[in-house]
Design a protein around this ligand. Structure first.
Ligand SMILES: Nc1ncnc2c1ncn2[C@@H]1O[C@H](COP(=O)(O)OP(=O)(O)OP(=O)(O)O)[C@@H](O)[C@H]1O
Ligand SMILES: [Mg+2]
Length: 489
């Protein structure tokens, strides 16, 4: 895996993990807020309903107050009380008063609770009316000609001709009444009567129930029980809200992840380029070391030779010096060019028409151990002479090392091929097994003390960079042959 890929993955993990943790936290918080907001709305609606019912009760109260004062002054009513006259008037009284007062329920009860006049059901005369608690509204299930109905009822009392009467007034409680209580389109209000099963839609009930006294007065006065007004929700709503939150969360994470990845990509390039460059420089330093060592080796040999001649046969010194002068000069110029090339640090080599034989001769010098078989009339190749020299230099030095101190020969051959020139470096050294050969081109693979193991990998790179190719034939105990082919100009 490339350094850059690793960096990208590491960066991705480092960015994505906190992003997800953070995002999930936000999502949970948002979901909490949504349901908290919902609870707040439900609570608000609860108090709005209470206030509405109280206001409705006040309205009925005010109408009853007006009715009681006019009833107290009603002479026809009084005459009925005192002498039993005007019975029809009294029976019809509640009905007309109810309509004039804009009520749906009106009953006048005597001090025993018997109905004297009923606005909503004339037939109730003489029956015991509902015994609702005084002060405050109650829910009454009342009989009417068309069938029973529910009313929000409140009471007032009046004294006339020395007797006390009770006035019960109310408004009908039906679905449109309940509808009016709800201000929130996403919520609904329903009524739970004592014999209703509360479990029916308890899953939809939100917020605490609002209790209300309840009297079922269809078949008699009834007893005070308890009804409840409950706020229910449209069940789809919360799910919809949560889904929206999830959708936005997913979108946000996606966008953030994309942005983070782009950023990571950009940063990893910025960071990895210098690091990769440093790694490349490390490789280069090893190459320089290797190339310089190769350039110095012939110089050291010549110097040893001259020292030996100067000591043993000083008279021959000028002659030997003249012989070896070429090697010294060529090595010095090789090192100079090498230095100049490395100074430029230019990866492109200076490819031009090059005479392979000349490069071989220059590289080998007057060394007696390396034989040459150079083809005549060889075409020029398109290559950098220095690159070729480094290739031959490396192959020859490996060939010379292959004898392990025993005798043997190294031969450098050149010949023309089809559109190419072939350079072969052949030794009769120890040779390599298939396994050894497989590893020989690996960076840092060496079997020599003090070897860098870079020679062959450099050779391969230089040959390939020159659009050439490389082949090896080797047999353990018999020797090796490295063949380099370079395209002609
Ligand atoms: N002509 C050869 N005959 C036998 N073995 C060879 C030959 N050329 C290379 N090898 C094997 O391949 C190994 C790698 O060679 P390479 O040139 O890459 O590095 P090196 O010669 O060991 O080190 P350096 O080039 O720094 O001296 C050698 O150590 C040797 O074992
Ligand atoms: Mg080598």
């Amino acid at each position: 895996m490339k350094f850059r890929t690793r960096l990208l993955i590491a960066f991705g993990v480092v960015v994505m993990v906190p992003l997800l943790v953070f995002g999930l936290g936000i999502r949970r918080e948002m979901a909490k807020q949504v349901s908290a907001e919902y609870q707040r709305r439900v609570a608000t609606l609860g108090s709005v309903i209470n206030a509405d019912i109280a206001r409705e009760n006040d309205r009925i109260d005010a109408r009853l107050a007006a009715l009681t004062s006019s009833l107290a002054d009603d002479n026809s009513f009084r005459r009925w009380i005192v002498g039993g006259e005007n019975r029809t008037y009294v029976l019809d009284y509640a009905s007309s008063a109810m309509h004039l007062a804009g009520l749906d329920f009106l009953q006048i009860q005597d001090d025993e609770g018997r109905v004297v006049s009923s606005g909503h059901f004339r037939n109730e005369f003489g029956r015991l009316g509902p015994a609702i608690p005084a002060g405050g509204p109650a829910l009454v299930r009342a009989a009417a000609a068309e069938g029973p109905f529910l009313a929000l009822v409140t009471s007032d009392s009046v004294s006339a001709a020395g007797r006390r009467f009770r006035l019960l007034g109310g408004v009908v409680v039906d679905s449109s009444f309940l509808q009016r209580l709800v201000r929130d389109p996403e919520l609904a209000v329903s009524l739970l009567l004592p014999r209703d099963s509360a479990a029916r839609d308890s899953a939809l009930i939100v917020g605490p129930p609002l209790p209300l006294p309840y009297v079922d007065a269809v078949d008699g006065p009834g007893t005070v029980e308890r009804a409840r007004i409950v706020v229910t929700r449209s069940s789809a709503l919360l799910a919809l809200l949560q889904r929206n939150v999830n959708l936005w969360f997913a979108a946000a994470v996606l966008v953030a992840a994309l942005a983070a990845l782009l950023l990571a990509g950009w940063l990893s390039t910025r960071i990895s380029e210098p690091v990769e460059a440093r790694i490349a420089i490390g490789d280069l330093a090893r190459q320089v070391n290797h190339d310089v060592k190769n350039g110095l080796a012939p110089l050291r040999n010549v110097f040893r030779h001259l020292t030996q001649v100067a000591r043993d046969t000083p008279v021959e010194l000028p002659k030997v010096f003249a012989e070896r002068q070429g090697t010294v000069e060529s090595s010095i110029s090789y090192l100079e060019t090498l230095a100049a090339n490395y100074a430029k640090l230019s990866p492109q080599s200076d490819r031009k028409a090059t005479d392979v034989n000349a490069v071989v001769r220059e590289t080998i010098g007057a060394s007696g151990t390396v034989r040459t078989k150079l083809a005549v009339g060889l075409p020029l190749v398109s290559a950098d002479a220095l690159v070729l020299r480094r290739v031959i230099e490396n192959l020859v030095s490996n060939a010379l090392d292959s004898f392990d101190g025993k005798a043997g020969t190294v031969t450098v051959t050149t010949e023309a091929g089809k559109g190419l020139v072939r350079i072969a470096v052949h030794d009769t050294g120890r040779g390599m097994s298939k396994a050894e050969l497989d590893r020989a081109f690996n960076d840092f693979y060496t079997t020599k003390p003090g070897g860098t193991g870079l020679g062959l990998s450099i050779v391969r790179r230089l040959v390939l960079d020159s659009n050439g190719s490389l082949q090896v034939e080797s047999e353990p105990g018999k020797g090796s042959k490295f063949i380099v082919e370079i395209p002609v100009q």
